[in-house]
Design a protein around this ligand. Structure first.
Ligand SMILES: Nc1ncnc2c1ncn2[C@@H]1O[C@H](COP(=O)(O)OP(=O)(O)OC[C@H]2O[C@@H]([n+]3cccc(C(=O)O)c3)[C@H](O)[C@@H]2O)[C@@H](O)[C@H]1O
Ligand SMILES: Nc1ncnc2c1ncn2[C@@H]1O[C@H](COP(=O)(O)OP(=O)(O)OP(=O)(O)O)[C@@H](O)[C@H]1O
Ligand SMILES: NC(=O)CC[C@H](N)C(=O)O
Length: 714
């Protein structure tokens, strides 16, 4: 037996918060050591924080990172443990995303990232150069602040591995795990037994599974110990990094950290047998490949990861205890991910709470329930005695520093920090008004119920006085344009009122500070453009902007039982309606899906095909003819596809002003960071739509063939 105790962690770093980031790094090292670990890995670029973006181009960011590294090197608590720490660095005038391996006040080597993350939300090539000199190092000249501390002038910089007296450690950096030829393959063949992976990997619904499979696979065929560290929380951007640091041994997960937590520092350790790695590598076909592997330069660190203890009798050993990895369902992910993100946003913005315009519809309801979920997490953490959470809660609720306030009831805490307002007009129904009030009551939020007809009338009167024209709804003989304008003015005025109430409600309650306005437009409404620009969708932040309507409904159904909120059932049963026009003659309310000309389910399909499967109109038509051909004719499918692209195109401009929302859905249309497209389209798509029409004409109509759905209906 050759037991080593190794540690990984999830840290809630914040871009450019050098002081806070340093404290969290040191705390993780201290905890790791207290559990007997001799190796600790932290998240990607942990010193400045991963989300510095264009600040990575500033010399200051690199200078301050060195300053923090200097503090770590000097700190007695960081001795007697090998640490793998992340920071940006300039080498020969180019910036690199690096890992610095330190031990006992000295730098062993610097490993720059070789394969950058540059898709979707990631732009690493904008700031960093990938290191492409494989299995090659160069001397890196250290800055004087480091020379004075370590006594070193140069250290190896490049693609090498770290050899201790008893094992070999190799570094893999986040995206490198996601590439087809990951470095761990060659390193493993060349005798590396422990792999460290420092990540900044963001949360997306249903994504953790992929990460875990890759981590397991990394040591399944080649053996080894894999330490995965990740950033956790909102570090100042639209992303929620979901921690879930973990340790794998020979293809099995042996330790797992939490995916959603309000704790700033979470350390996961395991005591594992290196002999198990060696035993897993006896397979002769692996040995044949190993014999051919190109050697890596070894940088020697004079230590033993087993602490020189040989066989440790009675030592807790995780080898046999591979764990069943716990995944959250998508509903749980919605309940927890955006809630954690909202907590970081609120405490870091130093505001007094949130405000939501609450309509009695499902979207603002889901937004409110996510805030309630945040309160539940705060109470759970406070009851566990998490000091940082208690301190943040006291500050935002305006309790004095020496207060004894400890959140103990989610409804009570919600009442302190969350405010809602129903803004009724003559078109509002008793049902929506009541649902809003009942929900507010159930989750404990401070609710205001008002009528804004006087404000709407004042606007209409002003318009008529100025132009001598009085716009009317269609049902009153007006045009569609008049009707839309009359609806939009109500929706936009709600936004103005929201900001006023958010600014002044704490004052009304005798408290200090202001509230952040929450938006509640979901991903599908944005994709379709089915909302009024600068209405309540224009808020400070939006927790559900990255979630589809279908997933939101599932989340509400889950919260109904899980959070014991029976009132949510009535939101699920209600038909989504804007309540902006007079009730129809037969008392039928406005319906979203009818107005949009498509269902929310169809929208999810279009969204996925457009973004994830990279389809233009013609490509989408081709796929849907196959998927929907048994119940729709090619001409019907063509009409639907063209209608989607038309509405998406004419409303794309709305994405430029989309309220920042936590990214969660891989088909998100967020123009600002994730889905880069023009916003002035020729929405007639003349050539593309003609090609669809030509094809639709000649394709057979499978829907009417015997046995198919439509034929059955007829
Ligand atoms: N290419 C372009 N680039 C930049 N800006 C452009 C633009 N085209 C129009 N615009 C601007 O955008 C304006 C049109 O957008 P906007 O004012 O939003 O108005 P619009 O999109 O025409 O109408 C609002 C839509 O949202 C629906 N709605 C309203 C209220 C509630 C709900 C609900 O969810 O229940 C739905 C309503 O049925 C309608 O389809 C134009 O007046 C112009 O100012
Ligand atoms: N009567 C109202 N009182 C307060 N806020 C409202 C009201 N009507 C609409 N809003 C706000 O404007 C947003 C957009 O309104 P819209 O009618 O488009 O609803 P929606 O997008 O279907 O959302 P919801 O499901 O919350 O009604 C709502 O999410 C809500 O925040
Ligand atoms: N920082 C990274 O390299 C992250 C990239 C990776 N594809 C992820 O989403 O986890």
């Amino acid at each position: 037996m050759h037991l080593v105790t190794v540690a990984t962690c999830s840290l809630n770093q914040w871009a450019l918060d050098f002081t806070g980031n340093y404290e969290r790094i040191m705390k993780s090292i201290t905890i790791a050591k207290s559990r007997g670990a001799t190796l600790r890995v932290g998240p990607e670029l942990e010193i400045p924080g991963y989300g510095c973006l264009d600040h990575f181009l500033e010399g200051d960011t690199i200078l301050h990172s060195w300053e923090i590294l200097a503090k770590i090197l000097q700190n007695e608590d960081a001795r007697d443990i090998v640490c793998d720490i992340g920071m940006p660095m300039t080498h020969k005038n180019s910036n690199y995303n690096c890992r610095v391996i330190i031990h006992n006040g000295k730098i062993a080597m610097i490993r720059p990232k070789m394969w950058m993350a540059n898709d979707g939300n990631y732009r690493e090539l904008r700031y960093f150069t990938p290191w492409h000199k494989h299995r090659h190092t160069e001397p890196h000249s250290l800055p004087s602040i480091i020379r004075k501390i370590t006594g070193q002038t140069v250290v190896p910089f490049g693609d090498a591995v770290v050899a201790t007296e008893d094992t070999v450690i190799g570094v893999e950096l986040c995206e490198e795990l996601f590439t087809p030829a990951s470095p761990h393959i060659q390193m493993g063949l060349d005798g590396v037994e422990i792999f460290t992976n420092s990540s900044a990997s963001h949360h997306e619904l249903r994504k953790l599974n992929k990460r875990v499979e890759l981590i397991k696979e990394a040591t399944a065929k080649n053996g080894g110990i894999y330490l995965y560290a990740n950033q956790q929380g909102c570090d100042g951007d639209r992303l929620y990094y979901d921690g879930a640091c973990m340790i794998a041994l020979n293809g099995r997960i042996v330790a797992q950290g939490s995916q959603f937590s309000l704790s700033d520092v979470e350390v996961v350790t395991a005591t594992l047998d290196l002999q198990a790695v060696r035993a897993a590598r006896t397979q002769s076909s692996r040995r044949m490949q190993a014999a051919q592997s190109e050697p890596y330069e070894r940088v020697w660190v004079d230590t033993r990861l087993d602490g020189g203890m040989g066989i440790r009798v009675g030592e807790e050993e995780s080898k046999a205890k591979s764990i069943e990895f716990k995944y959250n369902t998508p509903e749980e992910e919605i309940a927890l991910g955006p809630a954690c993100w909202l907590w970081d946003y609120l405490r870091r913005s130093r505001q007094a709470g949130y405000f939501v315009p609450l309509s009695g519809g499902i979207d603002s309801c889901a937004t409110s329930v996510i805030v309630y979920s945040m309160s539940r997490l705060v109470v759970q953490a406070a009851q566990r005695g998490e000091e940082q959470v208690i301190a943040d809660a006291r500050r935002m609720t305006g309790e004095p520093d020496d207060s004894t306030y400890v959140p103990s009831d989610p409804r009570e805490f919600t009442n302190r920090i969350f405010h809602s307002c129903y803004m009724g007009t003559e078109h509002s129904s008793v049902e929506t008004r009541k649902r809003a009030k009942d929900l507010a009551e159930a989750i404990g939020c401070y609710h205001v119920d008002l009528n804004m007809d006087t404000v709407v009338s004042a606007m209409k009167a002003l318009f008529t006085m100025t132009t001598n024209k009085a716009p009317r709804f269609e049902s009153q003989g007006g045009t569609a344009r008049e009707s839309l304008a009359l609806q939009n003015i109500q929706a936009r005025l709600r936004m103005v009122l929201a900001y006023m109430f958010a600014q002044l409600l704490p004052w009304v309650r005798g408290k200090t500070g202001g509230l952040l306005v929450l938006g509640s437009a979901n991903v599908d409404e944005s994709l379709r453009g089915y909302y009024t620009k600068y209405d309540c969708s224009a808020a400070d932040v939006n927790p559900i902007g990255g979630i589809s309507k279908t997933d939101l409904k599932k989340f509400i159904a889950y919260a109904q039982t899980e959070f014991d909120l029976p009132i949510l059932g009535s939101f699920l049963d209600a038909i989504p309606t804007a309540e902006l026009i007079p009730m129809g003659q037969d008392n039928v309310a406005q319906s979203d899906e009818v107005e949009m000309g498509m269902t929310y389910e169809e929208l999810s399909v279009y969204g996925r095909l457009r973004k994830v499967e990279k389809c233009g109109p013609y490509g989408m038509f081709g796929k849907l003819v196959i998927d929907w051909g048994s119940f729709l004719s090619p001409v019907e499918i063509a009409t639907k596809v063209k209608h989607f692209f038309f509405t998406h195109a004419i409303n794309r401009h709305k994405m430029t002003t989309l309220t920042p929302s936590v990214h969660l859905e891989e088909y998100s249309p967020d123009d600002n960071r994730f889905d880069l497209r023009p916003f002035l389209y020729n929405s007639r798509f003349e050539h593309q739509f003609n090609r669809i029409d030509q094809l639709a004409e000649v394709l057979p109509n499978r829907a009417t063939q015997p046995g198919n759905d439509k034929a059955k209906q007829d």
